[in-house]
Ligand binder design. Structure first.
Ligand code: AHR
Length: 658
């Protein structure tokens, strides 16, 4: 009897052990659908000072004196006068400095930058200014200084030089300055150096010499490199709500963002007054980072450019979704439709025959940018959207049948508006539909099968804005990123219909944000990558070329009731000849896994990448930028079956060399 009981309990233990093991069946010998190269991309919007004061490396705020408060960002002293008959038609204002009345006084102006100007130690800065001597009475000197306004040293200057302006015609002058120290909150000071003379200054600019790719009108290197390191397949720009504008007048108008920077007019941003609890009244778009620069960046980082253009509907959150004078009527859409057609010409046209392509060529890019996609409308909903969209689709299809059109499904991932928009997009025959989901942890946990259930016919999906917003803690904590990783198995498994996905937003200045979480945070000198950034990067670097079937008990692994909080997907990568298995344990217990790699035998060198944090609320910061980073080790895996335990709250990737 004792022996029978003993054997029975051994059996029970064996049974419960095997019941706990999660067996993932992965068929490595049958390649599934191709994973699109566009699958994991980036979404850029000028929100949180992402452009001016962020990625765009210009350090001077209000460089053309065009803000409604023309001296915003500037402190002028001595004798100065604002004038409006300058050399640049779309930016007419400039500043006149003249004799301050006494030889021991000074006339000048000082710019505070964006939350101060960041100077790196021993780095060079290119100062430039358009200037003239209106009286034409000889040379005029301008003293140019990089300043530490809060210095306790004898001298505030950390770099200085002079330019000599001659003649009454406007000319551009340049000077390189080298900062002696690292300084997060410096400023630029200009002093009229020749008493009794007068000097006009316009478009005052200061760029680090060392910008991304050493481009003219370039981008901040650390921030652009962070994008490059994501290896994004698609690059969506310029937003977001700024596409729509607070009003139609302030929508993003790409035509104003190309050509010489001096003549790109200022635009309001959607994000200056949007949230009264985080208000930035002097937040404007200089358009210095414009469509040429976006296309150039897309090319440099190897991503497909994906511009989103206004559909003649201003932000519906601010202006309602009913037909009204706040939106363009269908018979007023011609200029908006032309904006789309001309944009395609700007990107792809022949400079010899097309006006817009000629501008592209003159800006330094005679070759086409190979634009393939265009989004028309950002987050639109209501009857007015399909009504407005229809003529755009007809005109684009007529002239550019190969361009893929992306339509919107509104701001939310479900509900009446969402369903109506999807139906409308099917009718209108959009190529892709842009879905947005800023949702809480519970939603992400429950949505692991979202796309398994979608119809396979009709428009494909562009998950154009998404992020897990933790309930009551909307910051970039590790747990949110873990749930994003879990959800992304669903994107991957459904790559036949989900063709692209972009986490949003990308950037935030620590002193200038309106919206969080975000992928990358920065101040004037440094930046750090969030846990969500690393999740995006892990997917992008391990996107593979073909889907592989991965199931547990015959079902997709998507955090369902009997799946112990696990999410998983698998791909094959032809380039590295590897099977890549992604597993996320969203539960609070370690989970034994058996990887059953059908089609593989013997021992295989495997890169095992683990992303884990003990503290689920933990996040990276400027002070501690690398607190949470994925770690990779090499293990040997035996196939077809390999047992391993995935720790609680962990994202692991097995890259198994075939
Ligand atoms: O990403 C921030 C905002 O969220 C975008 O501008 C808008 O499209 C969405 O509502």
């Amino acid at each position: 009897m004792k022996r029978i009981l003993f054997s029975f309990s051994i059996l029970l233990i064996a049974f419960s052990l095997s019941a706990q093991t999660n067996k993932l069946d992965i068929n490595t010998s049958k390649l599934g659908i191709e994973i699109p190269s566009t699958m994991y991309g980036i979404f850029f919007e000028d929100i949180n000072f992402a452009a001016d004061g962020g990625l765009y490396a210009e350090l001077v705020k209000n460089r053309s004196f065009e803000f409604p408060n023309h001296l915003a960002g500037w402190k002028a002293f001595g004798s100065f006068e604002l004038k409006d008959d300058g050399p640049f038609e779309k930016n007419p204002y400039y500043l006149r400095l003249s004799y301050p009345g006494r030889n021991d006084k000074y006339s000048g102006v000082e710019n505070e930058g964006f939350f101060g100007m960041g100077f790196q130690k021993d780095a060079e800065y290119r100062f430039s200014v358009w200037a003239r001597n209106p009286q034409n009475d000889g040379d005029v000197e301008l003293q140019v200084e990089l300043v530490n306004p809060s210095s306790m040293d004898e001298r505030q200057q950390i770099a200085e030089g002079k330019i000599t302006v001659s003649g009454k015609d406007w000319k551009k002058y340049e000077l390189i300055l080298k900062s002696q120290i690292a300084l997060a909150k410096g400023s630029l000071r200009l002093i009229l150096g020749t008493n009794t003379k007068t000097l006009d200054v316009e478009h005052v600019s200061l760029f680090p010499v060392d910008v991304y790719h050493k481009d003219k009108n370039g981008l901040r290197k650390d921030l652009a490199e962070a994008l490059e390191q994501l290896k994004p397949g698609v690059f969506r720009f310029p937003g977001g709500c700024i596409v729509e504008g607070n009003s139609l007048d302030t929508r993003y108008q790409w035509k104003n963002s190309v050509g010489p920077v001096e003549n790109r007019p200022l635009n309001e941003t959607r994000w200056n007054f949007t949230f009264s609890n985080r208000m930035y009244p002097d937040y404007y778009q200089s358009y210095g980072l414009g469509f040429f620069e976006y296309f150039r960046l897309a090319e440099q980082i190897g991503a497909e450019p994906l511009p989103i253009i206004s559909v003649g509907i201003s932000c519906e959150f601010a202006n309602g979704s009913e037909r009204s004078e706040k939106h363009a009527a269908v018979d007023q859409l011609k200029p908006y439709i032309d904006d789309v057609l001309d944009l395609i010409a700007f990107a792809n046209g022949d400079p010899a025959t097309d006006k817009w392509a000629k501008i592209r060529s003159e800006m330094g890019h005679p070759a086409p940018f190979n634009l393939k996609y265009v989004g028309i409308g950002n987050e639109q909903w209501g009857k007015i959207y399909p009504e407005n969209l229809k003529p755009f689709v007809e005109e684009v299809r007529k002239k550019y049948p190969d361009i893929q059109i992306i339509g919107s499904s509104g701001p939310f991932p479900d509900g009446k508006d969402f369903d109506e928009m999807w139906e409308a997009m099917r009718k209108i025959n959009a190529d892709l539909v842009d879905e947005h989901f800023y949702r809480n942890e519970e939603w992400f946990l429950k949505s692991g099968n979202r796309y398994d259930k979608y119809p396979r016919k009709g428009p494909k999906i562009f998950a154009g804005e998404y992020a897990c917003h933790g309930d009551g803690k909307k910051w970039n904590h590790f747990y949110a990123s873990l749930l994003e990783a879990a959800f992304m198995t669903n994107l991957e498994r459904n790559a036949d219909i989900v063709r692209m996905a972009t986490y949003a937003p990308l950037f935030a200045h620590v002193e200038g944000w309106q919206w969080r979480p975000d992928a990358i945070w920065f101040d004037n000198l440094n930046s750090f990558k969030t846990c969500s950034y690393y999740v995006q990067q892990l997917y992008s670097l391990n996107k593979g070329t073909n889907l592989l079937s991965l199931t547990m008990n015959g079902k997709p692994v998507a955090g369902n009731v009997d799946q112990n909080g696990l999410f998983a997907s698998a791909v094959f990568d032809k380039e590295s000849n590897s099977v890549i298995v992604k597993v996320i344990n969203t539960g609070n217990k370690p989970q034994p896994l058996r990887l059953n790699l059908k089609g593989l035998k013997g021992k295989h060198q495997t890169e095992l990448t683990t992303f884990h944090a003990e503290n689920l609320d933990g996040e990276n910061s400027l002070e501690n930028p690398s607190l949470y980073v994925p770690k990779t080790t090499t293990i040997e895996m035996s196939a077809p079956e390999f047992d391993v335990t995935i720790p609680a709250f962990t994202f692991q990737i097995f890259k198994i060399k075939k």
